[in-house]
Design a protein around this ligand. Structure first.
Ligand code: NAD
Length: 247
């Protein structure tokens, strides 16, 4: 098993990509603490536990330091230590040309998609330092690498996540903590389902492989980076995007 006896915290695991990551992790032998703002995280944890997997839920708001500290502490006290963090929680933005930028929207997206990742990395690194190492996987996006019209805070946040990950990797390179990120292209999740149909069709046209990714395909990449098989990989970002950024 890829993640046998690993102890993992996955944020935003109540839905979409995070839920697929939690499912893959437990099926590969990990014990998973699901962190989410929504009740769906608890529903998934109960479902996995009913199937005999080691999974639990702790409500978290990744923008709140005390809340994230509690999530990590709960994982450590329940399972004994922390081996993997997947900082996946994130939200899309209401797009607009920059001359119509809504600052409240900008601040909310930066708060969750960037500051939330930094806060999760902070408390995970503390726990991992205490036990000699671990693996951090941050969720970025193709929009952290390429521009897109009317994308403001989301693009800025995801690009920052890519470079934050590199700095975290270098900071702990000799402490046994690896930090990497994954940049999905368009993935068929509730996040995309909430977008207008015309926007979804425009996304499909831009996908070189001609289809959206499935959340499970992103989870496979995260699982590899979180595992010991990626022992030489740190400071990297894997574009899991069906060729989007290859053009
Ligand atoms: N779906 C895509 O096409 C796509 C593409 C590239 C990157 N991503 C990234 O992947 C990640 C997951 O996206 P998804 O499509 O699965 O989204 P989703 O909306 O299906 O799931 C996101 C989860 O994050 C949780 N969440 C939101 N704010 C939170 C907060 N403050 N604290 C804790 N939890 C919070 C939500 O409750 C939800 O369960 C995000 O970071 C997103 O930016 C998604």
């Amino acid at each position: 098993m890829l993640l046998k006896d690993k102890i993992a915290v996955v944020t935003g695991a109540g839905s979409g990509i995070g839920a697929a990551i939690a499912r893959l992790f437990v099926s590969e032998g990990a014990k998973v603490m699901i962190g989410d703002l929504a009740d769906s995280g608890g529903v998934l944890a109960a479902d996995l536990a009913a199937q005999g997997f080691e999974a639990a839920f702790q409500r978290v708001d990744v923008t709140d330091e005390a809340s994230v500290a509690r999530l990590i502490e709960t994982a450590v006290s329940r399972f004994g230590r922390l081996d993997c963090l997947v900082a996946n929680a994130g939200i899309p933005e209401c797009k607009s040309p920059i001359h119509e930028l809504d600052l409240a929207n900008w601040r909310r997206v930066i708060d969750i998609d960037l500051t939330g990742v930094a806060i999760c990395n902070k408390f995970a690194a503390r726990a991992m330092r205490a036990t000699g190492g671990g693996a951090i996987v941050n969720m970025a996006s193709i929009l952290g690498h390429v521009g897109q019209e009317n994308s403001n805070a989301y693009s800025a946040a995801k690009a920052a996540v890519v470079n934050l990950t590199r700095s975290v990797a270098l900071t702990y390179a000799r402490s046994g903590i690896r930090a990497n990120c994954v940049s999905p292209g368009y993935v068929d999740t509730p996040l995309l389902a909430r977008l207008p149909e015309a926007t979804r069709q425009a996304m499909l046209v831009r996908q070189p492989i001609g289809r959206l990714a499935r959340p499970e395909e992103i989870a496979e990449v995260v699982g590899f980076l979180a595992s010991d098989r990626a022992s030489i990989v740190t400071g990297a970002c894997i574009n899991a995007d069906g060729g989007y950024t290859a053009i």
